[in-house]
Design a protein around this ligand. Structure first.
Ligand code: FRU
Length: 509
């Protein structure tokens, strides 16, 4: 496949051609190979004709495209979203002679019904056989989909969450053997409802002891906990329009989920992060790894990558996740990029605080990062932080067309942070919202505002305050962005600013 196009992400997963939406079936095997399946239309650049596409990786950035894993059968069938598990102990009976059997759960979509179906793989997840007694759950509904299965050790049972989409309900089912499922409870009408609940995830989450330190997801700072999250995607009807993810921290006893409170916690303050899924097979004591679809149903089928480069949609960065309690809210999902260091091609020397305070620095990365993929970190420190004023902005621009995508802090008070993709010209659409914002969480321990940005040709992801806030934003420029400008203005005396930039190698060459 050709991954050289000017809009083609170089460190994010995108399909070789055709249309992709939700990540599906994600698991890591005993050899450390991550398997990503995805909603895939191999024959057109719009949604429809859903298969499960497949790719594998050892580092979550360098992907190898694999043959399509699950095909629709009869005319009019589609293989909708779902999940997979490794049935090490052969609870299903599909795997008499092996410990690496994979069982996939998907929604079979037809005009008459959505049912939950099973397929199993004896070759580690490359090829699948549909279970002869499908469906495994059928309730005579056309709006019942997206099964996600986990193992719950305390009851020695499998647990499935699945969406009764238009009833704003997540159903919990249990099973001893992956094919016989018993309804256990419902979680209904919590948080933002939008017009449908889709793609639920249930998982145990570790907690961070201190979210303010340099590497908060480092091993010594991550403690196992009894907390779970229920993560729900809603579409359409998100606050900014279209698709969004929200999550509920709470406890789970094997049959019932109890949220800690009634708050709606939004996972990402951009508009291009939907249907996130968490990998099966990551120990509950470690940061959990997720990937989301970096798009939005409001405009995904008309973005210019389709006409120009023959594919639509990419996945978000793989993210590490854990929960943290903060002064502004308990059980906040902390998300940071999975280890990017294998891709580093260069380091710059922007880390000079005296040069960065109240000035602008321009960094042309056209030669150090010809991939167009760059990550940079910035931190702003002042004692006490509460007194800081001024602005700290970044601009990625094209030296050829003058287009740019920008963001920054208004320091002081609630310290709003904004992103603006409105100076990019390659895609005009009324739903392609220009501006996004959030408030920062003042980090009273380290007296620091932190920002990490990853840009990759047509995707920008920002992580604030060590991942307490994050946003995924696509953009479709006419010219390749090649220059980063960092500028700070009207900072009060004593404010320290530091920044580092790393060029990233393409993972597709
Ligand atoms: C979410 C979704 C799922 C469904 C799939 C179909 O984006 O609508 O609910 O299974 O996409 O492609």
């Amino acid at each position: 496949a050709d991954y050289t196009g000017a809009l083609r992400p170089q460190i994010h997963y995108s399909p070789p051609r055709g249309f992709m939406n939700d990540p599906n079936g994600m698991f890591v095997d005993a050899e450390g190979v991550y398997h990503l399946y995805y909603q895939y239309n191999p024959t057109d650049t719009v949604a429809g004709n859903q298969h499960w596409g497949h790719a594998t990786s050892r580092n979550l950035y360098t992907w190898e495209n694999q043959p399509i894993a699950i095909y629709p059968g009869a005319e009019g069938e589609a293989i909708f979203s779902g999940s997979s598990v490794i049935d090490v102990n052969n609870t299903s009976g599909f795997f008499p002679n092996q410990t690496n059997g994979v069982v996939a759960f998907y929604t079979l979509n037809t005009a008459e019904e959505q049912t939950q179906d099973v397929a199993y793989s004896t070759d580690g997840g490359y090829t699948f056989t549909k279970y002869v007694n499908n469906p495994v759950i059928s309730i005579n509904s056309t709006q019942f989909r997206d099964p996600k299965v986990i193992w719950y050790p305390l009851t020695q049972q499998w647990v499935m969450v699945v969406a009764y989409a238009q009833e704003f309900t997540i159903g919990f089912f249990t099973s001893p053997n992956l094919t016989t499922w018993t309804h256990a409870s419902n979680f209904s009408r919590h948080g933002l409802l939008g017009l449908q609940y889709e793609c639920p995830n249930l998982l145990q989450m570790p907690m961070l002891s201190n979210v303010s330190i340099e590497n908060p997801l480092g091993e010594s700072n991550v403690a196992s906990s009894d907390m779970f999250i229920l993560y729900i995607s809603i579409n359409p009807g998100a606050p900014l329009g279209g698709s969004i993810g929200e999550y509920f921290p709470g406890t789970f006893n094997g049959t019932h989920f109890s949220p800690v409170d009634q708050a709606a916690r939004i996972a990402d303050f951009g508009k291009d992060n939907y249907a996130a899924q968490f990998f099966y097979g990551i120990p509950a004591t470690s940061p959990q790894i997720s990937i989301a679809w970096a798009s939005n149903w409001q405009y995904t089928q008309v973005v210019p990558t389709g006409q120009l480069e023959g594919f639509r949609s990419a996945m978000s960065l793989p993210r590490y996740n854990a929960l943290a309690n903060t002064t502004r809210g308990d059980y906040t999902l902390v998300s940071l990029p999975y280890d990017l260091s294998p891709l580093y091609s260069s380091t710059s020397s922007l880390a000079n605080s005296s040069a960065l305070a109240n000035s602008s620095l321009l960094y042309d990365y056209s030669s150090t990062a010809p991939s167009g993929a760059v990550t940079f970190n910035m931190s702003i420190t002042s004692i006490p932080l509460a007194n800081v004023t001024g602005t700290a902005n970044f601009t990625f621009m094209s030296s050829v067309t003058g287009e740019s995508i920008r963001g920054g802090f208004f320091l002081g008070g609630d310290t709003p942070f904004w992103i603006d993709r409105g100076y990019i010209r390659g895609f005009e659409n009324p739903f392609f919202t220009d501006k996004f914002s959030t408030n920062s969480l003042i980090d009273t321990d380290t007296q620091t505002f932190r920002l990490q940005v990853v840009i990759d040709r047509s995707i920008l992801e920002v992580f604030l305050e060590n991942g307490l806030r994050s946003a995924t934003t696509t953009f479709f420029a006419e010219g390749m962005l090649d220059t980063l400008v960092i500028s700070t203005r009207e900072l009060n005396p004593g404010v320290q600013v530091s920044a580092e930039v790393f060029g990233l190698n393409s993972a597709w060459t």
